[in-house]
Ligand binder design. Structure first.
Ligand code: NAG
Ligand code: NAG
Ligand code: NAG
Ligand code: NAG
Ligand code: NAG
Ligand code: NAG
Length: 652
């Protein structure tokens, strides 16, 4: 039996020998993306599902390596090209960087992370026994290695002290002008490393992805490669993180012995991920590079600093929000836009929160930022979806909602800034100019058309829920715009029906809200009726008499109407300078809109027709507005006042 097996055994052995003997030495390869690539990886290195070679994964103080799996034979020149990208959690601060490596060994288990870039440690840095050549893309100044800047490219032999270094950039073909590049730009860039064996010259060239290889290299150095690595070596990449969570990526890589590296197909490259930049502090920039002896202390301090910084600008962001990306502002931007939410920028304090004036740093756009405190996460998703859909509502008489930002317990809403402020100032502040009757009519029509849009013309019905003079803002041309729409909804979501809080403002709340708590188009119309009374009469909807009793403005007007002197209710500051028929018409329209029974109130389309003069107002009868019903209305309002929180003016 053993004999019968022999030929097979022999065959296998021969086959094996044959394979070893003639396996051609690898002398070139190309990876246009690394999906499915056979690489030997260690530490944090991994290939992402979309084909990025990720050397570090965003966890601090770790290292990662990726090597071509078998060593290559080095007898002469070689050339390599690769595309890299660094994504740091901060815009201008990162972890040390990454390096292309040619090394006798692929075991870097004793190398350190942080400033040693996974290549060496304090004991062996620079020792010829390391047998390595590295091209570093370095984003930190390390004084111990004589680093020139926090954005340099270096040629390293056996350690991190470069034999040659230059600031990242390239020489433009033609003009020969030097162009800076930022290693931390979050844009992928290409690097070429060429070793010319005859001249013992290592040259490094880099350029933005869009450009072909520049003719003039960024830097060169004489290196006796065979004495450094011998004639067999691994090629690959090394990277590490320090205290800043960065990701170092290689997107594509090609290599060739004795000839130019194969061109990379840029159109095939996987996309670099993007994260939101945060600002580092100066302390951090100074602390980071200090030598390893002080590293532990430095670490503790920097982590504290970063942590404080992180908390200062911390936002709350969940997966579902990526869909709303464009509508999201960074807290940092809003913080800077409003001078850190300084009191000098305070425009007003409203029922839903404080409102600040801001100037967006990038665009110079003037905005109003409303800070709404919000405890519950419940219904937040629906609400943000609504904010975003509201952001799509554009109408000349609505204050444009530009976007939002979310923090723990805080929601920030960003609106167009309205230079003339809120209407109630003009109505009630004796120092403000008196609005003429015609302007008041204009304002009433403006607001009616905004409600028409929200109720009838926008693709979904949007209830405002808090129509009142202080929510009407005046733009630069003194045109009225309704603000804060839909916001009341935030306090309405996810609450159970038995504990429904009535949202809105005392005096504007339709009586049925006391029973049902359910807002409707009719309850918006009720509030609009009260708003028109306010504009015509220049009085607040509820006043207190000498005995502390609440007096409804609607009641006063109704009494005047009964006495046949309805126009006596018009704002005395106008000194009779108004059109009597118009005033009488508006006041009657107010009473109709603020009718105690929701079914008796006209829809906003009809109101618009009345205001345009296309439809005459129906005659009001005493029976329709009977005292009994009015009493009911008053009672209900009183109840609401006790039950709900009083909602003070809100200003944008
Ligand atoms: C990064 O890799 C290390 C070890 O390889 C792992 O412990 C860590 O959780 C990873 N971090 C992330 C953010 O995936
Ligand atoms: C990867 O390459 C190594 C070395 O060339 C080889 O031994 C191994 O079988 C390869 N693995 C795969 C999955 O191809
Ligand atoms: C370099 O490393 C070798 C081997 O690890 C060691 O014997 C030698 O002392 C080191 N040289 C220096 C200058 O540290
Ligand atoms: C290029 O970068 C270096 C180092 O960061 C800086 O000193 C220099 O001013 C920059 N030059 C230009 C033109 O931006
Ligand atoms: C490079 O180093 C090797 C071995 O140390 C030596 O034999 C050779 O002469 C050197 N080459 C040059 C160009 O210096
Ligand atoms: C680059 O890749 C694209 C997409 O796979 C392909 O259509 C194109 O022919 C390639 N270009 C070259 C020069 O190989």
């Amino acid at each position: 039996m053993p004999l019968r097996r022999l030929p097979l055994l022999l065959l296998l052995t021969l086959h094996g020998l044959n394979h070893l003997a003639v396996a051609p030495a690898v002398d070139q390869f190309t990876f246009d993306g690394f999906a499915g690539a056979n690489l030997s990886l260690d530490g944090t290195a991994a290939v992402t599902p979309d084909g990025l070679l990720m050397l570090t994964n965003g966890t601090t103080l770790l290292k990662g390596h990726a090597f071509y799996p078998s060593p290559l034979q080095f007898h002469g020149s070689f050339s390599t090209a690769f595309v890299f990208g660094i994504v740091s959690e901060y815009a201008d601060l990162s972890s040390p960087g990454l390096a292309f490596v040619v090394s006798k060994s692929n075991d870097f288990s004793k190398a350190l992370q942080s400033q040693y870039m996974g290549l060496a440690n304090a004991a062996n840095n620079g020792n010829a026994s390391n047998h390595l050549l590295a091209i570093e893309l370095d984003t930190i100044v390390n004084a111990e290695f004589g680093d020139m800047s926090d954005n340099h490219v270096g040629i390293d032999v056996d350690g991190l002290s470069s034999v040659a270094a230059e600031n990242a950039g390239y020489y433009e073909d033609g003009t020969g002008a030097f162009r800076n590049m930022s290693l931390l730009s979050r844009n992928a860039a290409q690097v070429w490393v060429d070793f010319d064996a005859r001249a013992s010259l290592v040259s490094v060239t880099m350029a933005p992805l869009a450009l072909p290889k520049p003719k003039k290299p960024l830097l060169s150095a004489t290196v006796n490669l065979s004495s450094v690595i011998g004639d067999e070596a691994y090629v690959g990449f090394s990277s590490s993180t320090g205290v800043v969570a960065s990701r170092h990526y290689v997107l594509a890589w090609s290599f060739k012995m004795e000839g130019p590296a194969p061109a990379l197909n840029i159109s095939k490259l996987p996309a670099l991920p993007f994260t939101i930049p945060k600002r580092p502090s100066m302390t951090l920039k100074i602390l980071l590079p200090i030598a390893s002896a002080a590293l532990v202390l430095a670490l503790a301090i920097t982590i504290l600093v970063i942590d404080r910084r992180r908390r200062k600008y911390a936002e709350l962001k969940e997966d579902w929000e990526t869909a709303f990306g464009p509508h999201r502002f960074s807290y940092k931007d809003l913080f800077h836009a409003t001078d850190g939410f300084s009191d000098t920028r305070l425009l007003g304090v409203g029922g839903f929160g404080r409102v600040y004036k801001g100037v967006l740093p990038a665009s110079g756009l003037e905005v109003a930022v409303k800070k709404v405190s919000h405890e519950s996460r419940q219904g937040m998703k629906e609400f943000i979806a609504e904010v975003v859909s509201i952001g799509q509502i554009r109408h000349r008489n609505l204050v444009q909602l530009l976007g939002y930002c979310r923090r723990k317990r805080e929601l920030l809403l960003v609106y167009d800034h309205m230079p003339n402020g809120s209407l109630d100032k003009f109505l009630y502040d004796p120092n403000m100019p008196v609005l003429s009757w015609s302007r008041r009519m204009g304002i009433i029509k403006d607001v009616a058309s905004s409600i028409l849009y929200l109720h009838e013309e926008w693709e979904q019905v949007v209830l405002h829920r808090d129509i009142k003079a202080s929510n009407v803002l005046l733009d630069a041309g003194m045109k009225a715009r309704l603000g804060d729409f839909g916001l009341a909804r935030l306090y309405d979501h996810g609450t159970d029906p038995h504990t429904t809080r009535v949202v809105g403002t005392m005096g504007y709340l339709a009586p049925e809200l006391g029973h049902t708590g359910k807002a409707s188009k009719a309850s918006d119309v009720f509030a609009f009726g009260v708003f028109m009374l306010e504009v015509a009469c220049g009085r607040r909807p509820i006043a207190q008499d000498a005995h502390g009793e609440h007096i409804l403005l609607a009641d006063r007007v109704l009494e005047h109407w009964r006495d046949g002197s309805i126009t006596d209710a018009v704002d005395p500051r106008l000194r009779g300078d108004f059109v009597v028929e118009e005033a009488s018409f508006v006041l009657k329209l107010c009473l109709l809109c603020s009718h105690p029974l929701p079914d008796a109130r006209p829809g906003v389309r009809r109101i618009m027709q009345f205001l345009e003069g296309n439809t005459p107002l129906p005659e009001l009868s005493e029976a329709q507005l009977s005292v009994g019903v009015l009493a009911l209305m008053q009672n209900q309002s009183g109840k609401i006042l006790r039950k709900g929180e009083e909602n003070t003016d809100s200003v944008l």
